[in-house]
Design a protein around this ligand. Structure first.
Ligand code: ADP
Ligand code: MG
Length: 578
């Protein structure tokens, strides 16, 4: 086979390499496949984290053919299951599925084949796994040719915090526990540290080795814009496209927070001449599959979707994934953006986010009925998302670090390409921290900002916060800038919002050196002018799309001047700080 392929050369005396070559037609293993396959063949439990397209299927399909008996593969989507079984049959592998679409005859045939030991891979939907008829089938298999292994694909579905949560996944361990000698392999392309722990715990894979491949997708450029007018910004993003030119005619996905918004935005894009279709879970299933098919088959379709447009979409030439609303976790975000550029060609992950998003996400969390533990975790996940949105340094590095992967600055994200303006925000940070402490660490950002700005609200009056030395010491900066300062302090874990107490801000250990003046704080400055002004000076083509060209430079200068003056004043005011 091809000498130049990565990985180890096949050694024809070993069974795995033979199957790789003879059945799958591959010249060599990719990345950690060899190690994983060996482990599973040897009968050990394994957890595999590999990006989409990394080659996870082989990690259980190959051992299924080397080990005796039938391999049981739990897969959450019927469409995925069908595709896989079809692909395996084309390779001459004896594969079948067992799900709600199977007819009685098909089920009978599968049962017979399993009993006879003439099936190598059986794909099953998680809700079928615990049915008595299926358990009987497993018992028959175990008593006959044996069960080769259990593979749990898309294992992140076990996480209650993720949006792919499938309650049936929580019961998989009950089934596998009945067959203690059978190795299990759990696979996913998306799992932060918490989800990994859940996979180990809930699938009872305590002793399992974990294989983590690099999650980097170097061809995806990450860009975040401060949101002012989402539609206009989206349109400008699409018009401008990538270095190579406009995204008109390119396939892409636009993620929105709500169903209503997918309708609004898709209508808007159609008016602007894009081939846009809405997609959300509220649409009839025919409409959804029609949308999926059009996206896959036709060129240049833009799907405007909620997160319901998800697993199983593997169109190679998606040129952009745009988020017009803030996602609730980095894990979800990374999974969604990962649908771009699977062909390895340049692609962009673009997001517009603003304060309203943070407020909305926080209130979703507050209103969720999952209990305090749920809220705590959701809040942590949102904080990580905010840390990304607020990043002053390489976004890719931050994303990868979230998945425990170290990397250097990437040179292909907005913060690398156009490093943001940083400012010494030590004094403003001290003011915020001091206001938080003085008000007893029991109020959210809104009230703390009111105190800083010297606003005599009812709440301020009733707590007599107008008598604090910090009252009004922040009148030199606009509310927006204070929010940004607080968001960045939260993102850096200097401040921590307590979701158990309505997001009350508390200071952390990291606040002390700042308050003591031994540590300076460098923050990303809010764009002095709204985003449309910024980019009209960057690019001419976007100006008309934004519906406002104009006084960008001069108002930016004014704001900068204002800010510098405010800073000087604030230093003089700093005596009020403890
Ligand atoms: P994942 O499930 O991780 O998203 P797949 O298992 O679907 O990825 O594999 C992605 C693609 O990579 C498939 O087209 C598969 O045939 C191919 N592939 C997997 N392993 C190898 C290999 N060792 N050599 C060449 N191609 C491979
Ligand atoms: Mg897969």
């Amino acid at each position: 086979m091809d000498e130049h392929l990565e990985g180890s050369e096949p050694q024809h005396e070993d069974a795995a390499a033979c199957v790789l070559h003879d059945v799958f037609g591959f010249g060599s293993f990719r990345g950690a496949q060899r190690e994983i396959v060996d482990r599973v063949v040897a009968g050990h439990d394994t957890v595999v984290l590999m990006p989409t397209g990394g080659g996870k299927s082989l990690c259980y399909q190959l051992p299924a053919l080397v080990r005796p008996g039938v391999a049981v593969v739990v897969s959450p989507l019927i469409a995925l299951m069908h595709d896989q079984v079809e692909a395996l049959r084309l390779l001459g592998v004896r594969a079948a599925f067992w799900n709600s679409t199977s007819s009685a005859e098909e089920s009978d045939a599968v049962r017979r084949d399993v009993r006879d030991g003439t099936i190598d891979l059986l794909y099953v939907a998680p809700e079928r796994l615990l049915m008595p008829s299926f358990l009987r089938l497993l018992d028959d298999a175990a008593a006959g040719a044996g069960i080769a292994l259990f593979a749990i694909d898309e294992a992140h579905c076990v996480s209650q915090w993720g949006h792919d949560f499938r309650p049936e996944y929580l019961r998989i361990a009950e089934v596998t526990a009945r067959f203690p000698g059978v190795p299990r392999i759990a696979l996913t392309a998306t799992a932060d540290a918490l989800t990994r722990r859940e996979i180990h715990e809930r699938l009872r894979l305590d002793g399992a080795a974990e294989f983590v491949s690099s999650f980097d997708r170097p061809n995806i450029r990450y860009v975040v814009e401060e949101k002012s007018d989402a539609r206009a910004q989206l349109l400008r993003f699409l018009e401008q496209g990538n270095d190579g030119g406009t995204f008109r005619g390119s396939a892409g996905i636009v993620y929105c927070q709500s169903r209503k918004r997918t309708d609004e935005i898709s209508t808007f894009l159609r008016q602007k001449g894009f081939d846009a279709i809405a997609y959300h879970a509220g649409l009839p299933s025919e409409a959804r599959s029609a949308a999926q098919q059009r996206f896959r088959r036709d060129e240049g379709v833009v799907v405007v979707a909620t997160i319901a447009f998800g697993m199983g979409i593997d169109k190679p030439d998606v040129r952009f994934v745009a988020h017009v609303d803030l996602p609730k976790s980095l894990e979800g975000y990374y999974q969604e953006t990962g649908r771009a550029g699977r062909d390895g060609e340049p692609a962009v992950a673009w997001m517009a986010y603003g304060l309203a998003d943070v407020v909305q996400q926080r209130s979703f969390i507050r209103q969720s009925d999952g209990g305090p533990e749920h809220q705590r975790v959701d809040s942590m996940k949102l904080d990580a998302m905010l840390g990304y949105a607020e990043a002053a340094t390489c976004r890719r590095r931050l994303l990868l670090a979230y998945f425990d992967e170290e990397s250097g600055p990437c040179g292909n994200c907005d913060t690398c390409l156009e490093p943001p303006q940083l400012w010494d925000a030590t004094v403003p940070a001290q003011k915020v921290l001091s206001a938080v402490v003085r008000t007893g660490q029991r109020f959210g950002a809104g009230h703390v900002i009111d105190v800083l700005l010297g606003k005599r609200t009812d709440k301020v009056a009733s707590w007599e916060h107008d008598r604090l030395p910090t009252f009004g010491v922040g009148s030199d900066l606009p509310e927006r800038e204070w929010r940004s300062v607080i968001r960045q302090l939260v993102a850096r874990s200097v401040l921590s919002p307590d979701p158990g107490r309505m997001g009350a801000l508390t200071i952390t250990e990291a606040a002390r050196p700042i308050l003591d003046g031994v540590e300076t704080v460098e923050l990303r400055r809010l764009s002095a002018a709204p985003a449309r002004n910024r980019s009209s000076s960057r690019s001419r083509s976007g100006g008309s799309a934004a519906g406002s060209a104009g006084d960008g430079a001069s108002s930016a200068d004014r704001a900068l001047f204002e800010l510098l003056r405010a800073e000087r004043r604030s230093i003089a005011d700093a005596e009020g700080v403890p």
